[in-house]
Design a binder for this molecule. Structure first.
Ligand code: FES
Ligand SMILES: [Fe+2]
Length: 352
């Protein structure tokens, strides 16, 4: 099968995208981010309320992120118009009161956000009017409400969302791209069979014992099990349990535009004893993600020639499912009908 046979529009809307970590958005701060090609300003009032608005002043188009937070509003740097976290304009300083202009009737697009477990998600609606009523709930993670990230690694991939997602879910590249003594070697390749089931907006590689050729997993000790789930638009959650030790790894791909995708890994764990090894864990995460990034950078060279690409059985089946999920999301949204998960229950076999 070729990728072109299952390809669907690049960006999906009416879904939640990972935007920022809580720790990056301090009170009184404004941060610009382009997501799905839309300019967005994330802000936090001094009282701690986080919000997201279109990063463009409706007066003359200056990015609001260049302004500042004043009295719980964003003040545009050009003529000082102020906007509340709801997007409504609350002040136009130049008005003398005879112009017939009402500030409160002017507004900028507001984005719904969700902030929990140190993560800020933004909902990108198809239509600005439905922005305040998200059709889906923010992603749920298998962690306690108080859990905060223990390790974060983010890198900018020079590729569109699809190659970033497919590259990360692809099981066959591990022994080649991530070859290292602490992970796995090409010689360690062996046949695998993994069970999959459809799950919320995606699929899950059901609980299993992790690869016996991953040295890193062995460090956790105990009786190890892993469950890996993927859900639209681009959220992968790996939950590893080893006795009382638990690690949850969240990988998100946030498309900034057609050619750039931010890949972020956020880890949560409950093992205090890891603290002294955190710098090592951080550099492993950086190397690991950097290897994936290097591969999409190489791939970009080939893609310039617009080749017809392939998806093969069985190792590429998760990628095929990804494209089918996207297509179904797109079609069901367009037809305003319920989403029907197209992923079957299956056991996939490959060597890696
Ligand atoms: S451009 Fe923002 S206030 Fe004029
Ligand atoms: Fe990888």
């Amino acid at each position: 099968m070729s990728i072109q046979d299952v390809k669907s529009p690049m960006f999906l809307r009416n879904l939640w995208y990972f935007a920022l970590h809580t720790r990056a958005l301090k009170p009184g701060k404004l941060i610009h981010k382009t997501i799905l090609g839309e300019p967005i300003v994330f802000g936090r009032t001094r009282e701690g309320e986080a919000f997201a608005l279109r990063d463009l002043c409706p007066h003359r188009g200056v990015p609001l992120s260049a302004g500042r937070i004043v009295e719980g509003t964003i003040e545009c740097p050009y003529h000082g118009w102020r906007f509340k976290p709801s997007g409504q304009c609350s002040l136009i300083p130049s008005l003398v009161g005879e112009e017939g202009v009402e500030a409160s009737k002017i507004g900028v697009r507001k984005y719904s956000i969700s902030e929990k477990n140190g993560l800020i998600w933004v909902y990108i609606a198809e239509d600005a009017q439905t922005e305040s009523r998200p059709a889906t709930a923010p992603p749920h993670l298998p962690i306690t409400p108080q859990a905060m990230p223990t390790l974060i690694e983010a890198q900018l991939f020079p590729c569109g969302i699809d190659h970033a997602v497919v590259g990360l879910m692809d099981p066959a590249h591990g022994p080649f791209v991530h070859r290292a003594w602490w992970w796995r070697s090409a010689a360690s390749i062996h046949a695998k069979a993994k069970k999959y089931a459809p799950s919320h907006l995606g699929f899950t590689m059901v609980t299993h014992k992790p690869s016996s050729n991953s040295t890193l997993y062995k460090l956790l000790g105990g009786d190890r099990t892993t469950e890996i789930s993927f859900q639209l638009p681009s959220i992968r959650v790996e939950h590893i349990k080893a006795g009382r030790n638990e690690v949850v790894g969240l990988t998100t791909c946030t498309p900034l535009n057609d050619d750039e995708t931010e890949v972020t890994q956020t880890f949560y764990w409950n093992m205090a004893w890891i603290a002294p090894f955190k710098p090592i864990a951080q550099s492993i995460a950086r190397v690991f993600l950097g290897q994936d990034r290097h591969m999409v950078t190489l791939q970009k060279e080939g893609l310039k020639f617009n080749p017809r690409l392939m998806l093969i059985q069985d190792a590429d089946v998760p990628a095929m499912w990804y494209y089918r999920l996207k297509k179904e999301w797109h079609e069901s949204s367009a037809a305003k009908r319920d989403f029907v998960n197209p992923v079957p229950e299956a056991t996939l076999r490959w060597r890696s």
